[in-house]
Unconditional design. Sequence first.
Length: 438
Amino acid sequence: MASILFATIGSLGDLHPLMAIGRELQKLGHQVTIATSDQHGPRIIENGLNFAEIPPKFPDEQNYNRLMERWMDPKHGSDRVVREFVIPALPGTHEALQPLVAAADLVITHPFTVSAAYWAESMDKPWMAIPFAPLMFISEAEPPVVGNFLHPERLQWFGGPYPLRWLLRLAKWANGLGWKEFTKIRSKMGLPKLQGHPFLDYYMKNSSMVVAPFSRVLGQPQPDWPAQTCQTGFAFYDRNDTELHGDQPDHIEEFMAAGTAPIVFSLGSTGVYTAGDFYIQAWESAKRLGQRALLLVGPDKNVSIPQNAGPDCLIVPYAPHVLVFPKSAVVVHHGGVNTTGQAFRAGRPQLVVPLAHDQFDNAVRVERAGCGLSLPKSKFTADRAVPLLKAVLSDSSIQSKAKSAAETVASEPGAAGAAQAIDQFYRRYQDSEKSRAR
C-alpha cells in the first residue's frame, strides 16, 4: 500500500522499536525501509525489512570504549552525542535522506534525523515523530529528571509552577544552541524559519502524528503533550540476537531452571562499555544475599567480570530479555526504555542503575510506579546495593505492583497498535488527498 521510511540514528534502543513496528506494518501490506547507520544493516535485513545506510558510521572498535565513556557521562553525555556524533555527520545525513524521502509516501523520524522531516515538509509529504521515552516530551506538568537533578518538581514548592517553568524554558534555550546546525539546514533549503527548539518545538508539535511507543505504567499522558499524540504501549522486539553475540540460549535456560530464581544484571547495549567494576560488585551483592546471578556483560572483551564465580553465577554476553526476565528474582538494569519495558512486562521487581540520557528519568518513573528502587551506576557498590536488593526482594507491595504493571503492559496494543494507528492515519491521508484532487 504505502512505502514507509523510518529514519533513526543511535543504539539498539533507537532501532528495535522501529523494527517491531516495521514488521507489523509489513503484515498490513506496507513496504518498510529503515535508514540508519551501517552497523545495524545486517540486523534489519535479517528481519526482512529494507535497509538504507545513512551517516554517521559507528565508531571503530579502537575508539568505541573511549567514546562511550564520553557519551555515557551522566551530566554531559546527551549533549556530547549531538555535538560529536550527530552534528559532524549532519550534511551527509541530510543529503542521504533526500532520495529516500522522495521515494517514500510517509516518513517516520527519530529526533536525530529530523532533517528527514524537513525534506518531507519541502515535498509536501506527511511525517511523524516517534519519541521513545516520556522524557522527550519535556512536560511542565511532569518535569523530567536529567542527570543528577533528581527532584525538579520540588521547585514548585517555591512560588508555584513558575520557577520550574522558567527553568525548563532556560534549559530548552541552552540546549537548542547545540541544534543550530539544523536551523542552518532549513535556511539553505529555503524553508520557513523555525520558532523555538528544532526538536522540542518543531519535531514534537509540527508532525502529523506523535507515536509514543511506551506504556502508561512508565508515563501517563500529560495535558501539555501534543494533541496528535497516539500512545500505544511498548513496541517489543523479541529475538535471540545471534547476529550480535552468537550465543545460543540453551545453556542459559538450563541455568535458569537449575535452582532458585537468579538476580539478572544488565547494562544494555551501550552501558556495558563503561561497566567498570559493576559486574564484580553485582556478583558480590548476590552472594551476600545468598542469591544466584545471571550477568549479561555484552561483547566487550575487556569488561571486568568475577573470576572463578562458581556454578551459581552464569556470565554471558547476552540473553533474550523476554526469556530470562520473567524467571528472575529481581531485574537490575540501566534504565533504558526498552529494557525497562521488558522488566515491566515480566512482572518482576526492579533495581534501576541509570548511567546517562533518559535513564535517570525512567528510574524515577519505576519508583513512582512502585515497581522498584534505583541507585545510580556511579554509586553502585555491593554495600549500597545489598539493602536495596533486600528491600525489593522482600517488599510485598513492590512485588504486587510489579505484577499489576505486567497486566497493564499486556493489555496495551504495543507494536501492532502503533502499526494500526499509522496505517489508519495513512488511509485517512489518502482519502483527503483524493478529495482535494477532485
